[in-house]
Design a protein around this ligand. Sequence first.
Ligand SMILES: [Zn+2]
Length: 107
Amino acid sequence: MTEPTEEADMQEVSRLRIDCPHCGSHLRVRTSKTHLPEYRELYLYCINEWKCGYRCKGHVSIDETLVPSHCPNPDVSIRPSNWLLQKLALEAQGQISLGDFKPPKKE
Ligand SMILES: [Zn+2]
């Protein structure tokens, strides 16, 4: 068995599928609103429109930084994850270089 490549991992996680909580079909985003760079409201509808017809509102938020951006937006402040704080402490002690680390698979 081979290890999945980083590119394959990115493709896997970039396809977010949200299931309808009532019928199990997929929900699609009808529209979305952005109030903050790290927060987006989603207006969703069930693709099983005739038999189910469910509509809802949800949100997506970016809660923690795993690896800082190479081009940080000065208007954005997203708290570092505990994982990143540990790595920053080790880097400050000279024990590691953060350039050697990749984000954890799961928290
Ligand atoms: Zn449904």
